[in-house]
Design a protein around this ligand. Structure first.
Ligand code: ZN
Length: 120
């Protein structure tokens, strides 16, 4: 589940970063396998281009509220790339496709399986 205002912030962030990828850390909580996303953190030292976005995980403080990452695919598919799965962080990886509306958002688990998500 993702809060509407968090989703809106993600979508506008991705629009600003276009045509480059944008990347953000998802904050939230996980309870009984249900993940609720309620905030965002801009990762330190992030790098991004048209086909990649990342940051060194070693600079992150240990924070249990970091539940995953969201990044955009300005021209790619909504599916995570091999690199995305290799750099998986946390519990969920959200990918936002152009044109960055509410139907452009997809959530994936560590194995590359799609996770259903709802807006609250
Ligand atoms: Zn990607």
């Amino acid at each position: 589940m993702i809060q509407k205002e968090v989703l809106d912030s993600i979508l506008s962030f991705c629009q600003i970063k276009h045509p480059n990828e944008g990347i953000l850390i998802l904050k939230g909580k996980s309870k009984n396998g249900e993940i609720t996303i309620n905030g965002l953190v801009i990762p330190p030292f992030s790098e991004a281009g048209p086909t990649f976005a990342g940051f060194p995980h070693s600079f992150l403080p240990f924070d249990m509220s970091y539940v995953g990452i969201v990044h955009s695919h300005p021209s790619g598919s909504a599916e995570p790339s091999v690199t995305d799965l290799h750099n998986f962080f946390g519990l969920v990886s959200m990918i936002v496709q152009s044109p960055y509306d509410e139907n452009s958002v997809f959530a994936w688990d560590r194995n590359g399986n799609q996770i259903p998500h709802s807006i609250i």
